[in-house]
Design a protein around this ligand. Structure first.
Ligand SMILES: NC(=O)c1ccc[n+]([C@@H]2O[C@H](COP(=O)([O-])OP(=O)(O)OC[C@H]3O[C@@H](n4cnc5c(N)ncnc54)[C@H](OP(=O)(O)O)[C@@H]3O)[C@@H](O)[C@H]2O)c1
Length: 248
């Protein structure tokens, strides 16, 4: 059993930036032929070119995970060994004021989108008879709650339960389905927030008293994506500096 991934193919959704781009670069460094997917073509083009310039193999395709027709157009007839089901949106605001459109946008992207892409990729894996590894990117907010993130927390709890349901159904096809639950990871998008008083107070509640770095997710991602994790399915791995065990 090893985490050797060379020669494998992977689809990474939400790879136009943030953690998805980080995961795509990571897999490419491990010899994976990576297909980056998201909605912003120029960002995908740039990301793919950067990976190729660094010696990797990368393509991209345009995809709106929340739209079944877009998923079918992009993925029907394709085969991947690995899916990193990462595309997601945050959508913060008090539950009492949350508009239906906002709820739908978060649930359609984070939960329905994860389902649609997993379904399309699993069809390709089943048709090829190759098995495969699906890693759904959930969140510690799928386990616990915070104020102002009701739709997001509900969507991520749904991803965790969906992961288990798909793992059960697809185990006979040798398709493993697991979830990675990051805690608060510093990226360009949230760096400014974590410098504010509210952000600094949040960091104080993390047992390790710091944010995670994207590369601190690498070990768990490679384990779940590779044959090193061949007997792991229907599981979640939390990478959160101990946030889930913070004192009540
Ligand atoms: N950063 C954290 O601390 C953290 C913690 C826990 C969990 N997570 C999860 O990790 C994942 C990535 O988060 P991030 O922080 O990297 O977010 P991000 O920087 O905002 O990136 C989100 C990515 O998702 C894509 N995306 C959004 N809606 C999409 C849609 N409808 N169809 C296709 N692609 C879509 C975006 O690309 P386009 O705009 O080009 O479509 C972008 O590439 C999310 O699932 C998030 O919930 C993040």
């Amino acid at each position: 059993m090893s985490n050797d991934l060379s020669g494998k193919s992977a689809l990474v959704t939400g790879a136009s930036g943030g953690l998805g781009l980080h995961f795509a670069r990571l897999l490419a460094r491990h010899g994976v032929e990576v297909t980056l997917a998201a909605r912003r073509q120029s960002a995908l083009d740039q990301a793919g070119s950067d990976i190729v310039a660094a010696g990797g193999t990368a393509k991209y395709l345009l995809l709106n995970v929340a739209d079944a027709a877009s998923v079918a157009d992009a993925l029907d007839g394709r085969h991947f060994d690995i899916l990193i089901n990462n595309a997601g949106v945050s959508g913060a605001g008090p539950a009492a004021d949350l508009a239906e459109t906002e709820w739908d946008a978060v649930l359609d992207t984070n939960l329905k989108g994860v389902f649609l892409v997993a379904q399309a990729v699993a069809r390709g894996m089943r048709a090829a008879g190759t098995g495969g590894a699906i890693v759904n990117i959930a969140s510690i907010l799928g386990h616990r709650v915070a104020g102002g993130v009701s739709a997001y927390a509900a969507s991520k709890a749904g991803v965790i339960q969906l992961t288990k349901a798909l793992a059960l159904e697809w185990a006979p096809d040798r398709i493993r389905v697991n979830a990675l639950c990051p805690g608060y990871i510093e990226t360009e998008i949230n760096r400014d927030f974590f410098a504010t008083e509210a952000g600094l107070n949040l960091i104080k509640r993390i047992p390790q008293r710091r944010l995670g770095r994207p590369e601190e997710l690498d070990g768990a991602l490679l384990l779940l994506a590779s044959s090193a994790g061949s007997y792991i399915t229907g599981s979640t791995i939390e990478v959160d500096g101990g946030h889930l065990v913070s004192s009540l």
